[in-house]
Every structure is written in C-alpha cells, then in structure tokens.
Design a protein around this ligand. Sequence first.
Ligand code: 6R9
Length: 649
Amino acid sequence: MPRDIYPVPADFAVNTRVNREQYQALYKQSLDDPDGFWAGVAERLEWMKTPTKIKNTSFDLADFRIRWYEDGELNVSVNCLDRHLESRGDKTALIFEPDSPDTPAERISYRELHRRVCKLANALRALGIGKGDRVTIYLPMIPEAAIAMLACARIGAVHMVVFGGFAANSIADRVSDSGSKLIITADEGLRGGRKVKLKVNVDAALKLPGTNTVETVLVVRHTGAAVDMQMPRDRWYDAVVDGQPEACEPERMNAEDPLFILYTSGSTGKPKGVLHTTGGYLVYVSYTHETIFDLREDDVYWCTADVGWVTGHSYIVYGPLANGATSLIFEGVPNYPDMSRFWQVVDKHEVTTFYTAPTAIRALMREGEGPVKATSRKSLRLLGSVGEPINPEAWRWYHDVVGEGRCPIVDTWWQTENGGILISPLPGATDLKPGCATNPFFGVKPAIVDTNGNFIEGEGSGNLVITDSWPSQSRSIYGDHQRFIDTYFKTYPGTYFTGDGCRRDADGDYWITGRVDDVINVSGHRIGTAEVESALVSHDKVAEAAVVGFPHDLKGQGIYVYVTLIAGEVASDELRVELIRHVRAEIGPIASIDHLQWAPGLPKTRSGKIMRRILRKIAENAPDQLGDTSTLADPSVVDSLVKERYIPE
Ligand code: 6R9
C-alpha cells in the first residue's frame, strides 16, 4: 500500500509556533514535569491570585481527585475581554455573519464586546443572579450567545447552553436537571431562511414539570416576530440591558469553581450534565487554540460549530477570545442561499483559519467542485476538522479542492468531557495522513486497551483511554458525581475511558475509529440510543423499541429503529410517519430517524437483554455477519427481521 503522507508545508515548517523538534521536546517535558510545564503555560492568563498548586489529580478510585491550579483565582471574562482592552481595544473580537447574505454583517471590537458583556452582567445581577446560579442559554448563533456566556462568567453564574435544535422536552429536562433560575432566549432563530420558534419552545418547556425554578426569561428581539410575553416572567433583553452601567466588577473565581454545564448523550439513561471549571479549562483551551491553529495576530478565525456544542464553547468563544483573536460567528448553513455560501463568507471576511465538521465537507463534496471554484479562498491558510472521523476521500477533497493543496488540515479529536482538543496534528510539526488524528497534545497520555483492559503497545487496535489528567478535563456530572466516576473511570480502572475505538499505526499515530458504545454520532452530534428508545416508547402505540446506528454516506451514521407495537395496533405507513415525527417533537430535529422497521419481536438473550450487536448487523445490511445467535431466547425472531430489513438501492 503506498504511504499516503502530506508533509508539513515548507512555509509552516519554518514560520510556526511549534515545529517538529519543539513538539517532541515539549511533549516530553509535559509528561516528565507536569507541574513545571503547566505552571509555565498558566502564565498566559491574568490571575487575580497566581496558583502555586498546579496538578493534584488521581484516577485511582480509592483516591480519586481532579484538581488543577486549585489555589488560583481568576475571572474568565476578564481574561477574554478586559485584558485585551489596552493593546487590542479596537481590534475586532467577533464578526457576525447573519443567515442571509443580504443582511449586513456586524463587527464587534473588544471594547464594544466588553461594554455589552458588562451591561448584561449588571442586568443579570439586578435580576438576582449571582455566583453559582445556573442560567440557561437557548439562542441562535448571534453575538448575544457569546455575550450571554461571558456575562455569566463575569458574575460567576454557571451557564448551560441548549442547542437551538432541541425541542421543548429536551429543554425542560436540562432546565430541571440544572435547576436554572433564568433563561436567555430570542423571539426566533433563522437557519437557511427558515424560522426557528425559540420563544415558543421555551414557553412549552416551562409548562412541563420540574421547570419552576425559572424566575425570568430574557428575550432577545432578533427577527422581530410577535411573541407571547408572559409578565412578569418574560422580559425583553434590550429593556433590561439599556441603562445598565458600562462597567461591571468581575467576580473572583477559584480555579475549580464551575464555569459551565453542557449536556451530552451517553450510552445509557438521560443526557449527562458535563461540568467544566474555570482555571484549567481556560488555560487549556486558549493554549490549544493558539498552538493547534498556529494563531497569528491578524488571523480571521472561523469555527462553523454551534455554541450549543462544546466546540462552540471552547473554539468559538473561550479559546479565541482568551487569545485576543478575531472569531467569526455564522448564523446560517452551508447550503443557503446556495452551495458556495461557506466560501463566499471566507472571501467576504478574508478568513485565514476554517474549522468545520466532516458531515459538512461530505455534503459539499457531493455537489462537486463548481460551487467551491466559484470563489477565491486565497485568504485561507489552515483548515480543521472535528466531530467525527473524517473519511480519507472527504479529507483529500477538503485538502485539494477547498485548500488547493496549500493548507494543512488539523483533524482534532476530543469530546465534550475533554473540554479541549486532545489528539491532533500541529500544522508546523506533524506530517498528515488523511483520516488520522495523529498525535497527542502536550500533557495528554493516550493508550489503547483490549476488552480485558490489557494495554496494547505498538501497532494495534482497541479502546482508547487516557491514563492521566489534563487541565480542561470535566470534573463531574452535574448533580451525580458517582455517575461521573462509574461512566468514565470504572471500565478500565486507573484510566479515563473515552468510549471511542482507536488504532495505533506503525508510526505511533492514532486513528479514531468511532464510538464503541451505544452512542450514535449523527452529523457530528451525539445521540444516545436510549434517548431515542425512550422517546419511541413514550408513544401510546409502541410496546418496545431498539435503536442502532448504521453507516450513512452524508451523516456519518444514521438512526435505524426497530419498533414493536402494542398488541392490537396495526403497522402502517401513516403510523411510521407519525412515530418519526413524534421522536423529532420529543427530542428535536437532530433526532431524525432514517429507517423505521416494524419488529414483531426483538432478539433477546434469555435474561432479556436486547442483542444490539445483531440489530446493528441487520441495519448495516450484513445479515451474513450476525455472529453467534445461540444465546438468543428465540432465534426465529432474527429471520423475520432479516427478511424485512431495509436494503439500500
Ligand atoms: C468535540 C466533539 C465526541 C465524539 C468522540 C468521537 C467523535 C470528535 C473526532 C471524532 C474522530 C475526530 N469525534 N472529533 N472522531 N475524529 N477528529 O465533537 O465532542 O460532541 O462530545 O463528540 O465525537 O467519537 O467520542 P462531542
């Protein structure tokens, strides 16, 4: 097999933040002397009290602790804003590119952003929000999303962002689990010309049980649509912010005080409130952002993620702003008004660094080179990928067509629980291989274990674990610390288990092969099979449901469901449509079922466990690979499922 390697481009090799030799030396130093290394890195931030204790961590269950910079004090918003005012006050902090190219873009300087954050922070304080209170943010991709996060950080409130694509039920679950006192939303969002009824969804969520902790709903006037305002609960954002002072005393936060909660899907049960803290998180996201994206002062950096996901938190808002960078916020979608939209935005704002997801690349690739070639893209110098494994064809297209062969691609592997990027090439140090995340970042110790927990050395495949802590690691699951330990630290004792499969090649490079648990990665969004199953069985005609992922050309993975109806109910195309709609309404549009198969029965072990392995193979249209079915209570169930399976054209 020819070795498919893209060496570091000559200009990157000399003019870079970290070259090959520096990478090796710094990586070694970060493992040999973590305290010295991370104390040095922490100097990049402005501390109210400089930490003297750096790393205090153990994954040993008898002595479990994750604490970084534990006697340090700082405020995240000061680091993202105030600190830059003297040298970068007039520099653009945020570029806002609206959904429609006909709506003018907005450029917000660091000075202006500071002013707007302080005013909102004062308004929140006036509404009774203080340190430790939880605030839900359910906003479109508009500057107020970043402003709201930073305003919470300024007063020590813990934000909890809910992606705008989630429906009322999902909002209610998260609001109730986090005990939020206040919600910041907008009248409507706009995506590809379509309106998203955010305020309507919030109203519906707040009618559901468990949400009565919410005292106030702030509503940003975005599209100007008429919305129901329920006084005194609902307040217009403008009205409460206007007249507030333009300065706001930042809260002194301990490094280990919570910064945010972000819900993500796991293999079982309801979504987990992943908790991130202040000091280690900001040190790590700012350092990785600078190093992996080889940041320069005049870069225009664009990450296309939504702030509803961790990528938006760490690499649209906190990392870039802590670094004094210019970060672009895009409200729209790649295919509106046409398939050139991404590249038109790149040209319009002279974007240098572009960070997106494989699912977007695949969708654009399908339309051919025309829409790309219609634009210049000459400002681009670096590309990034995140969210799921990028298949080599998509990687090459991204590299050759979008980047015209001149821009390295950083394929960044990490998770909500990680806070920041853990495995990625460095553009000036790493030779690239299409589809390969390559090397660990400084301080990160990946390892591969087999299913018995034996470490695999050298070349080989297995489950990816991380054997030591890094500063931006999640500290807990909100309200359920035991679940945090059980989920991540019990499977392979002494390590953090990622839930991902991985291969290490002969060069020692890491290839992430995707989830090994019951999490489906649909277009880079994590969906737990358990969540979709519980949405299905909440329908009164459904007796039982089993949900699996299957390979999907565009989405990476699609959702395949097997449904058993309650006795007496009749399967029909109408009911199929109704169930698909029901799940979207329960969870949100991201939970769009691709195939729904009626199942007279599900394959179960004698102890009653659904054998998903078999259902996965049927969904993959690989009925000859079912493996051992001898433990099934009733093997005949499988024959009928195989017969009725969905077969792609
Ligand atoms: C940042 C983010 C995490 C899961 C993760 C893995 C997949 C993310 C990847 C990747 C291969 C990459 N993933 N980046 N797989 N290569 N570069 O996406 O967080 O939403 O929590 O998803 O996404 O399977 O476990 P999150």
